[in-house]
Design a binder for this molecule. Structure first.
Ligand code: TYD
Length: 140
């Protein structure tokens, strides 16, 4: 099998536009303007009990932008060779996660909302849910 090359160093935290307003700020995401992919799906995690861990998988083709719309959490990204922990704690910053990256989301604060913009519709076939399969996919 050909190895799939993607690197955590290409998963960047991006600053999103913010319209300041004393009565409450606005952050905007528009296809073709603020993202390197078009959004086909949006989902969000909420009511996450303290101590829960989410993720624990990689995607073969999916690009995602992960935003802490409320509260904070840590995203652990892993390309098979290197790992890094990124704390997301502001609604106008998002983490771009490219295909072929194992991710875990941990340390959810009370009331945290993990908002995810995704480049594709849901497909279970796109998931790699076993870490040994992930290592084979990455040829590491
Ligand atoms: P999963 O992506 O594994 O959750 P997380 O990474 O946040 O822990 O999804 C959990 C379940 O929800 C799984 O059974 C698939 C289902 N699901 C959908 O049906 N559609 C979706 O768009 C998503 C993201 C998940």
């Amino acid at each position: 099998m050909l190895s799939f090359v993607s690197d955590i160093h290409n998963c960047n935290v991006v600053e999103l536009p913010k319209i300041h307003n004393p009565a409450g700020n606005i952050t905007i995401l528009q296809n073709g303007v603020h993202l390197p992919f078009d959004i086909k799906r949006v989902y969000y995690l909420y009511d996450v009990p303290g101590g829960s861990e989410r993720g624990g998988h990689a995607h073969k083709n999916l690009h995602q932008l992960i935003v802490a719309a409320s509260g904070c959490f840590d995203v652990i990204i892993d390309d098979g060779n290197n790992k890094k922990i990124i704390e997301l704690n502001r609604p106008n910053y998002g983490l771009m996660v490219i295909p072929g990256i194992w991710r875990e989301i941990v340390n959810f604060s009370s009331g945290a909302i993990c908002l995810v913009m995704a480049s594709e519709k849901y497909s279970e076939d796109d998931y790699i849910r076993d870490y040994d399969d992930f290592k084979k996919f990455k040829n590491v």
